[in-house]
Design a binder for this molecule. Structure first.
Ligand SMILES: NC(=O)c1ccc[n+]([C@@H]2O[C@H](COP(=O)([O-])OP(=O)(O)OC[C@H]3O[C@@H](n4cnc5c(N)ncnc54)[C@H](OP(=O)(O)O)[C@@H]3O)[C@@H](O)[C@H]2O)c1
Length: 250
Protein backbone atom coordinates (compact mmCIF):
# COMPACT_ATOMS: atom_id res chain seq x y z
CA UNK A 1 0.00 0.00 0.00
CA UNK A 2 1.38 3.41 -0.97
CA UNK A 3 1.19 5.62 2.12
CA UNK A 4 1.79 8.77 0.11
CA UNK A 5 4.77 9.80 2.21
CA UNK A 6 7.39 9.21 -0.49
CA UNK A 7 9.62 12.29 -0.74
CA UNK A 8 7.98 13.94 2.28
CA UNK A 9 10.29 15.50 4.89
CA UNK A 10 9.50 14.16 8.34
CA UNK A 11 11.07 15.41 11.56
CA UNK A 12 11.11 12.80 14.29
CA UNK A 13 12.22 13.97 17.72
CA UNK A 14 14.18 11.65 19.98
CA UNK A 15 14.87 9.46 16.96
CA UNK A 16 18.34 8.23 17.85
CA UNK A 17 17.07 5.23 19.79
CA UNK A 18 14.03 3.30 20.90
CA UNK A 19 10.55 4.04 19.59
CA UNK A 20 11.66 7.18 17.72
CA UNK A 21 14.32 5.24 15.84
CA UNK A 22 11.78 2.57 14.94
CA UNK A 23 9.39 5.20 13.59
CA UNK A 24 12.20 6.89 11.64
CA UNK A 25 13.26 3.65 9.95
CA UNK A 26 9.66 2.64 9.21
CA UNK A 27 8.88 6.02 7.60
CA UNK A 28 12.14 5.87 5.62
CA UNK A 29 11.24 2.38 4.34
CA UNK A 30 8.10 3.99 2.95
CA UNK A 31 10.10 6.63 1.09
CA UNK A 32 10.11 9.59 3.51
CA UNK A 33 13.20 11.72 4.08
CA UNK A 34 13.97 11.86 7.76
CA UNK A 35 15.33 14.54 10.10
CA UNK A 36 16.70 12.47 12.97
CA UNK A 37 16.47 14.70 16.00
CA UNK A 38 18.44 14.00 19.17
CA UNK A 39 19.58 15.73 22.32
CA UNK A 40 22.26 13.64 24.04
CA UNK A 41 22.50 10.51 21.89
CA UNK A 42 24.69 11.91 19.14
CA UNK A 43 26.46 8.74 18.07
CA UNK A 44 23.23 6.73 17.98
CA UNK A 45 21.58 9.51 15.95
CA UNK A 46 24.39 9.43 13.38
CA UNK A 47 24.05 5.66 13.19
CA UNK A 48 20.26 5.86 12.68
CA UNK A 49 20.77 8.45 9.93
CA UNK A 50 23.32 6.20 8.18
CA UNK A 51 20.88 3.26 8.30
CA UNK A 52 18.20 5.49 6.81
CA UNK A 53 20.44 6.67 3.95
CA UNK A 54 21.08 3.03 2.99
CA UNK A 55 17.32 2.82 2.31
CA UNK A 56 17.77 5.35 -0.52
CA UNK A 57 16.16 8.39 1.11
CA UNK A 58 17.66 11.51 2.64
CA UNK A 59 18.54 11.73 6.30
CA UNK A 60 19.94 14.54 8.40
CA UNK A 61 20.69 14.70 12.11
CA UNK A 62 19.62 17.72 14.09
CA UNK A 63 20.31 18.42 17.74
CA UNK A 64 18.23 20.48 20.14
CA UNK A 65 16.50 20.69 23.49
CA UNK A 66 12.81 20.86 22.61
CA UNK A 67 12.17 22.57 25.95
CA UNK A 68 14.14 25.56 24.65
CA UNK A 69 12.36 27.79 22.13
CA UNK A 70 15.75 29.07 20.98
CA UNK A 71 17.01 25.56 20.29
CA UNK A 72 13.90 24.66 18.32
CA UNK A 73 14.25 27.84 16.22
CA UNK A 74 17.88 26.90 15.56
CA UNK A 75 16.78 23.42 14.52
CA UNK A 76 14.45 24.96 11.94
CA UNK A 77 17.22 27.20 10.58
CA UNK A 78 19.47 24.17 10.07
CA UNK A 79 16.70 22.11 8.49
CA UNK A 80 15.63 24.96 6.17
CA UNK A 81 19.21 25.31 4.98
CA UNK A 82 20.27 21.67 4.67
CA UNK A 83 17.10 19.62 4.36
CA UNK A 84 14.01 21.54 3.27
CA UNK A 85 10.70 22.45 4.83
CA UNK A 86 9.07 19.93 7.14
CA UNK A 87 5.89 18.15 5.98
CA UNK A 88 5.33 16.14 9.14
CA UNK A 89 6.50 16.02 12.74
CA UNK A 90 6.42 13.10 15.10
CA UNK A 91 7.19 14.44 18.55
CA UNK A 92 8.43 11.31 20.25
CA UNK A 93 10.88 12.99 22.64
CA UNK A 94 9.92 12.91 26.26
CA UNK A 95 11.31 13.03 29.73
CA UNK A 96 9.70 11.83 32.94
CA UNK A 97 10.75 11.26 36.51
CA UNK A 98 9.11 8.28 38.17
CA UNK A 99 8.17 9.25 41.69
CA UNK A 100 5.17 10.34 43.75
CA UNK A 101 4.41 14.04 43.96
CA UNK A 102 5.52 14.64 47.55
CA UNK A 103 9.00 13.23 46.81
CA UNK A 104 9.60 16.14 44.42
CA UNK A 105 11.39 19.33 45.32
CA UNK A 106 9.41 22.22 43.79
CA UNK A 107 12.17 23.09 41.29
CA UNK A 108 12.21 19.47 40.04
CA UNK A 109 8.92 19.44 38.17
CA UNK A 110 9.60 22.41 35.89
CA UNK A 111 11.83 20.46 33.49
CA UNK A 112 9.21 17.77 32.94
CA UNK A 113 6.59 20.38 32.13
CA UNK A 114 9.06 22.17 29.85
CA UNK A 115 9.84 19.02 27.87
CA UNK A 116 6.43 17.31 27.80
CA UNK A 117 4.23 20.40 27.40
CA UNK A 118 6.24 23.45 26.34
CA UNK A 119 8.29 21.28 23.96
CA UNK A 120 5.13 20.55 21.96
CA UNK A 121 4.25 24.26 21.81
CA UNK A 122 7.80 25.17 20.77
CA UNK A 123 7.72 22.65 17.90
CA UNK A 124 4.25 23.66 16.74
CA UNK A 125 4.96 27.41 16.90
CA UNK A 126 8.17 26.95 14.93
CA UNK A 127 7.21 24.42 12.26
CA UNK A 128 3.45 24.68 11.69
CA UNK A 129 3.57 28.13 9.94
CA UNK A 130 5.43 26.57 6.98
CA UNK A 131 2.88 23.76 6.89
CA UNK A 132 0.17 26.42 6.71
CA UNK A 133 1.94 28.07 3.77
CA UNK A 134 2.21 24.69 2.03
CA UNK A 135 -1.44 23.92 2.83
CA UNK A 136 -0.53 20.46 4.16
CA UNK A 137 1.07 18.93 7.21
CA UNK A 138 0.88 16.28 9.90
CA UNK A 139 1.70 16.74 13.57
CA UNK A 140 1.73 13.70 15.82
CA UNK A 141 2.48 13.89 19.52
CA UNK A 142 3.34 10.76 21.46
CA UNK A 143 2.27 10.40 25.08
CA UNK A 144 1.76 7.58 27.56
CA UNK A 145 -1.68 6.42 28.67
CA UNK A 146 -0.94 8.00 32.06
CA UNK A 147 -1.76 11.37 30.45
CA UNK A 148 -5.42 10.30 30.42
CA UNK A 149 -5.66 7.80 33.27
CA UNK A 150 -3.33 9.48 35.79
CA UNK A 151 -0.45 7.62 37.44
CA UNK A 152 0.83 8.39 40.93
CA UNK A 153 4.43 7.70 39.84
CA UNK A 154 4.27 9.74 36.63
CA UNK A 155 2.23 12.51 38.17
CA UNK A 156 3.99 15.50 36.61
CA UNK A 157 4.71 14.19 33.10
CA UNK A 158 1.16 12.77 32.92
CA UNK A 159 -0.30 16.18 33.77
CA UNK A 160 2.00 17.96 31.31
CA UNK A 161 1.05 15.53 28.55
CA UNK A 162 -2.60 15.84 29.38
CA UNK A 163 -2.15 19.54 28.66
CA UNK A 164 -0.37 18.64 25.42
CA UNK A 165 -3.36 16.49 24.37
CA UNK A 166 -5.63 19.49 24.86
CA UNK A 167 -3.21 21.74 22.97
CA UNK A 168 -3.07 19.33 20.02
CA UNK A 169 -6.89 19.21 19.89
CA UNK A 170 -7.19 23.00 19.90
CA UNK A 171 -4.43 23.31 17.31
CA UNK A 172 -6.25 20.78 15.14
CA UNK A 173 -9.25 23.14 15.21
CA UNK A 174 -7.04 26.13 14.38
CA UNK A 175 -5.15 24.62 11.44
CA UNK A 176 -7.71 22.23 9.97
CA UNK A 177 -8.53 24.91 7.38
CA UNK A 178 -4.90 24.64 6.26
CA UNK A 179 -5.20 20.89 5.65
CA UNK A 180 -2.99 20.09 8.65
CA UNK A 181 -3.87 17.07 10.77
CA UNK A 182 -2.83 17.06 14.45
CA UNK A 183 -3.22 13.90 16.52
CA UNK A 184 -1.93 12.21 19.65
CA UNK A 185 -0.77 8.61 19.95
CA UNK A 186 -1.10 7.30 23.49
CA UNK A 187 1.06 4.32 24.42
CA UNK A 188 0.97 1.53 26.94
CA UNK A 189 4.23 -0.08 28.05
CA UNK A 190 6.54 -0.74 25.12
CA UNK A 191 9.09 -3.43 25.88
CA UNK A 192 12.49 -2.71 24.33
CA UNK A 193 14.33 -5.23 26.47
CA UNK A 194 15.44 -2.53 28.90
CA UNK A 195 12.86 -2.90 31.70
CA UNK A 196 14.40 -3.77 35.01
CA UNK A 197 11.36 -5.62 36.44
CA UNK A 198 11.68 -9.00 38.19
CA UNK A 199 9.70 -11.95 36.81
CA UNK A 200 6.88 -11.56 39.35
CA UNK A 201 6.38 -7.84 38.56
CA UNK A 202 6.50 -8.53 34.83
CA UNK A 203 3.76 -11.18 35.19
CA UNK A 204 1.59 -8.73 37.15
CA UNK A 205 2.13 -6.04 34.53
CA UNK A 206 1.30 -8.31 31.60
CA UNK A 207 -1.90 -9.42 33.35
CA UNK A 208 -3.15 -5.83 33.12
CA UNK A 209 -3.15 -6.09 29.32
CA UNK A 210 -6.13 -7.86 27.71
CA UNK A 211 -3.82 -8.85 24.84
CA UNK A 212 -1.56 -10.54 27.43
CA UNK A 213 1.70 -8.92 26.42
CA UNK A 214 3.49 -5.61 26.50
CA UNK A 215 3.92 -3.68 23.27
CA UNK A 216 6.84 -3.67 20.86
CA UNK A 217 8.27 -0.83 18.81
CA UNK A 218 6.68 -2.41 15.72
CA UNK A 219 3.27 -2.17 17.41
CA UNK A 220 3.72 1.61 17.54
CA UNK A 221 5.13 2.28 14.07
CA UNK A 222 2.00 1.06 12.21
CA UNK A 223 -0.26 3.63 13.86
CA UNK A 224 2.24 6.48 13.44
CA UNK A 225 2.72 5.64 9.75
CA UNK A 226 -1.04 5.59 9.29
CA UNK A 227 -1.35 9.05 10.86
CA UNK A 228 1.41 10.34 8.57
CA UNK A 229 -0.23 8.78 5.52
CA UNK A 230 -2.86 10.09 3.09
CA UNK A 231 -5.24 7.44 4.41
CA UNK A 232 -5.68 9.52 7.59
CA UNK A 233 -6.33 12.87 5.89
CA UNK A 234 -9.79 13.12 7.50
CA UNK A 235 -8.60 12.29 11.00
CA UNK A 236 -7.61 15.16 13.25
CA UNK A 237 -7.73 16.18 16.91
CA UNK A 238 -7.89 12.54 18.01
CA UNK A 239 -6.12 10.55 20.68
CA UNK A 240 -5.40 7.05 19.41
CA UNK A 241 -4.40 4.41 21.91
CA UNK A 242 -1.76 1.83 21.10
CA UNK A 243 -1.82 0.04 24.40
CA UNK A 244 -2.83 -3.62 24.14
CA UNK A 245 -6.19 -2.66 25.63
CA UNK A 246 -4.65 -1.59 28.95
CA UNK A 247 -7.04 1.32 29.23
CA UNK A 248 -10.15 1.68 27.11
CA UNK A 249 -11.14 5.31 27.00
CA UNK A 250 -14.05 6.46 24.90
N1 LIG B 1 8.74 3.03 26.37
C1 LIG B 1 7.50 3.03 26.88
O1 LIG B 1 7.04 2.03 27.45
C2 LIG B 1 6.64 4.24 26.75
C3 LIG B 1 5.35 4.22 27.28
C4 LIG B 1 4.55 5.34 27.15
C5 LIG B 1 5.05 6.47 26.50
N2 LIG B 1 6.31 6.46 26.02
C6 LIG B 1 6.80 7.66 25.36
O2 LIG B 1 7.21 7.33 24.05
C7 LIG B 1 8.35 8.13 23.67
C8 LIG B 1 9.51 7.24 23.26
O3 LIG B 1 9.84 6.40 24.32
P1 LIG B 1 11.22 5.62 24.42
O4 LIG B 1 11.07 4.69 25.58
O5 LIG B 1 11.62 5.08 23.09
O6 LIG B 1 12.34 6.73 24.69
P2 LIG B 1 12.64 7.74 25.91
O7 LIG B 1 13.89 7.31 26.49
O8 LIG B 1 11.47 7.87 26.82
O9 LIG B 1 12.83 9.17 25.22
C9 LIG B 1 13.00 9.39 23.86
C10 LIG B 1 14.03 10.47 23.60
O10 LIG B 1 13.60 11.73 24.07
C11 LIG B 1 14.73 12.57 23.93
N3 LIG B 1 14.62 13.73 24.84
C12 LIG B 1 14.44 13.74 26.17
N4 LIG B 1 14.40 15.01 26.63
C13 LIG B 1 14.56 15.81 25.55
C14 LIG B 1 14.60 17.21 25.35
N5 LIG B 1 14.50 18.09 26.36
N6 LIG B 1 14.79 17.69 24.10
C15 LIG B 1 14.91 16.84 23.08
N7 LIG B 1 14.88 15.51 23.18
C16 LIG B 1 14.71 15.00 24.40
C17 LIG B 1 15.94 11.73 24.27
O11 LIG B 1 16.90 11.93 23.23
P3 LIG B 1 18.49 11.72 23.45
O12 LIG B 1 18.64 10.25 23.82
O13 LIG B 1 19.08 12.07 22.15
O14 LIG B 1 18.89 12.63 24.57
C18 LIG B 1 15.36 10.30 24.28
O15 LIG B 1 16.15 9.38 23.57
C19 LIG B 1 8.65 9.00 24.90
O16 LIG B 1 8.05 10.26 24.75
C20 LIG B 1 8.03 8.23 26.04
O17 LIG B 1 7.69 9.05 27.13
C21 LIG B 1 7.11 5.38 26.12
Amino acid sequence: MDLGIKGKNILITGAAKGIGRGIALAAARNGANIAVHYLGSEEAAFQTAEEIKVLGVEAITVKGDIASFKDVQKMKEILDQDFGSIDGIVNNAGWAQMKPFFKYEPEEWRREVDVCFNGVLNLAYTFVPDMKKNNQGKLINIVGDSARTGDRNLIVSAAARSGAISFIKSLAKEVGRNNIQCNTVSLGLIDQGTFDFDEETMKKLVKQYPLQRLGSVDDVTGMVLFLLANASDWITGQVVSVNGGHSMLG
